[in-house]
Design a protein around this ligand. Sequence first.
Ligand SMILES: Cc1cc2nc3c(=O)[nH]c(=O)nc-3n(C[C@H](O)[C@H](O)[C@H](O)COP(=O)(O)OP(=O)(O)OC[C@H]3O[C@@H](n4cnc5c(N)ncnc54)[C@H](O)[C@@H]3O)c2cc1C
Length: 480
Amino acid sequence: MQYQFDVIVAGCGVAGLSAAVTAAEQGLTVAVLERTSIEDRGGQSRWTEAYLRMKALDEVSDDFEAHLSENAGPYNDPDFISEMSAERGTWSHGARSLAIPDPDLICTFADAVPATIQWLQRIGVKFEFLPTQFLTKTQPRLLPVGGGAALVEALAQRADALNVTFFYHTTARRLLIDDAGAVSGLLATHKDEGGKRFLGKVVLACGGFEGNPEMLAKYLGPRSVYLRPVCKGGYFNKGEGISMALEIGAGAAGEFGSYHAEPVDPRSGVSEPSVFIFPYGILVNKLGQRFTDEGPGTVDAHYERVTRRIYEQPEGIAYVILDQRVKDIPNYRLALRTDQPAIEADSIEALAQKLAIPAAELQNTIAAYNSACGSGEGYEPLRTDGVATQGLYPPKSNWALPIDRGPYLAYPIISANVFTFGGLKVNGSGQVLDTDGNVIPNLYASGETVGMYYTNYTGATSVLKGLVFGRLAGRHMANA
Ligand SMILES: Cc1cc2nc3c(=O)[nH]c(=O)nc-3n(C[C@H](O)[C@H](O)[C@H](O)COP(=O)(O)OP(=O)(O)OC[C@H]3O[C@@H](n4cnc5c(N)ncnc54)[C@H](O)[C@@H]3O)c2cc1C
């Protein structure tokens, strides 16, 4: 079966819907292909609360561009970076094809955020500064009321009103290219009806590869078996958008061997069963040993780095050990999204038995930690207090109180894979670039399918990336 539209969008999350609605608002005919059902559409976007790194409705956070630039890949050749301050047309091959978001792209991203929020307000989305799961934080976070699900519903309703055609249970598989190297459409498969051919410009907005064990092993390595998607929506994203574009010569961007890490309770099947309480206790591995500073700074800015250390431990798991003091922290439950209860015991020995950790080792670890804690004077749980251990390695830099008020509590923690970092290289119009840094005609990408992040995720920017680049692509297709 063959279909012709002006625009074919693969993926019905915020990135795909933003592109579809923008293109349809400009009068283009649009098809959205979605591998799953109408109920499950929205992949990851449906499950997120969608924190947005913004200090006001019309302003991104002060560090938005700086944080993205500082985490745009290590050891970049300084000559290429300095070339990037001149007109793009003058850049060498190395600068054009570097797998990083260039300063211009980051600036375009940040500049487009306020207008994107206003556009969403016009279609009925409300935004507020609501409480988050971070008890200590450095950056403000704006939220859409109703989270990502509200964004998906508002955009899908708008798409319906604009006569966008949705094809559910339809998985995009392969790009079609003409003799001139331009994309002319894509091949997809429907679960009952088999192969379908869609002709038109293509927007790849079908997520990262967090739901594809083969790509995870290939890019993140065999230890990725210890990761799992942070919610059930992640299992739909199997990386076809990225691989089908790489196959026709698209350039890569972002850190293919990495992902956004979040600490979660492996016993829980709820969406995002996070455990952000570790700064108020200690983290031990299966051997009963500490391995990281549990409180290097505010939890919003440091949880990803701590979670990466948990992932490195034997079998990719650690346990936070707490005592009754945690219950004195105002609203401490905000930091616990898991629906599973704490594992409790009256003594450290009994707790170790329940956790299947060598008891003597855990007792020694806690004794060494307790004796490195000072008087606790100046302890303030809701801000970085500098109450640190003395003479202990690894140190604990804040909130270092002894663990001695039983009954004792523990939660197991693994690293969830919130989304993968590796994706396609795009320009400021959302057009996909090839391995030489040139535009692939008629091919666009948005959302997780676009590679941007390295090392340390610039928190609360992934939803914005989908919304903004979808809109940039939709606009460009209409004007081209
Ligand atoms: C629990 C959770 C919390 C998060 N918290 C935040 C946060 O607070 N702030 C933030 O900025 N980001 C957050 N993120 C990340 C952010 O939500 C996602 O990265 C973003 O929503 C991705 O949008 P997307 O449209 O690119 O992908 P998705 O929303 O995943 O949409 C992709 C769609 O494509 C479909 N699909 C996949 N493959 C194909 C195919 N081959 N053909 C057709 N359809 C296909 C999927 O079924 C899905 O519907 C969070 C993510 C999760 C899961």
